[in-house]
Design a protein around this ligand. Structure first.
Ligand code: OAD
Length: 241
């Protein structure tokens, strides 16, 4: 078995569930109360900006009431201690990975704490409510919107992600249902490039059969165990027993 040096980790809403952030598709999921096409598309933003802004205002406000859990802390530990390449790609728009201390990470679906100018493309940090028609700090146009990748828009930093997947020896997917592309296709891409693949999730994801190994359970329990294993192995052993 080849040794593991380069790791790509994909996280989804399930990693933040034990922090009290609602997932999207579970029984208590966010989509239970809102139709996705009412809040998460450019068309919805144009048709009813107040509704879309209010939805994200509520989620932004919720960030102040939650904190990173054991899974976020374990990945931050891995980030600090792993000697090889590491990239944590999160689909989450919360800031819990950063608050746990992770550095080698990116948000492919945007961030609640960021505002994007639909006019000039500038970004600025945003922590409070964002009523429609806020002026951009860079160009002055009243065109700020939540810095969230809506359905029909292209996720951020795909070139970086694909380059990391092409170099990965190990791809790990944590707390994501595998329902939304392109993230749901990363396992196949990683497999194609020759990486081993591991899933840590409460339930088997939609693409579960693509993984070399699936461990089912709560992220807060599974992730610290896996991180301790891989750090102890120093990348010399496969991720599965
Ligand atoms: P989902 O809500 O679709 O899936 C969450 C997954 O986490 C499910 O497979 C659950 O079984 C699992 N899960 C729940 N609690 C868990 C726990 N404590 N430990 C481990 N796993 C747990 O969320 P995502 O897959 O992240 O996009 O959704 C993908 C994208 O769909 C989101 O980024 C969002 C949404 O549309 C945008 O906002 C652009």
């Amino acid at each position: 078995m080849a040794s593991i040096r380069n790791i790509v980790i994909l996280t989804g809403a399930g990693i933040s569930a034990e922090s009290g952030v609602a997932t999207f598709r579970g029984p208590d999921g966010l989509w239970e109360g809102h139709r996705v096409e009412d809040v998460c598309t450019p068309e919805a933003l144009a048709a009813d900006p107040a509704l879309v802004h209010e939805f994200y205002d509520m989620r932004r406000a919720k960030l102040g009431t939650v904190k990173p859990n054991a899974a976020h802390h374990a990945l931050a530990r891995l980030d600090a201690e792993w000697p090889g390449e590491l990239l944590i790609v999160t689909q989450n728009v919360d800031d819990l990975h950063e608050r746990a201390g992770a550095k080698r990470m990116l948000h492919m679906h945007g961030e609640l704490l960021s505002a994007l100018c639909a006019g000039c493309g500038a970004r600025q940090r945003w922590t409070g409510a964002m009523p429609p028609g806020q002026a951009c700090g860079a160009c002055g146009m009243a065109a700020l919107r939540p810095d969230i990748v809506f359905f029909g828009e292209i996720p951020y930093r795909m070139d970086e992600i694909e380059a990391a997947l092409a170099q990965a020896d190990l791809f790990v997917s944590i707390g994501t249902s595998g329902a939304v592309y392109p993230a749901a296709g990363f396992v196949r891409l990683a497999h194609h490039y020759g990486a081993r693949t591991l899933e840590l999730n409460l339930d088997p994801s939609e693409g579960s059969s693509w993984f070399d190994e699936s461990r089912l359970g709560r992220a807060g329990e599974l992730v610290p165990i896996w991180v301790a294993e891989i750090l102890a192995d120093g990348g010399q052993a496969p991720p599965s027993a």
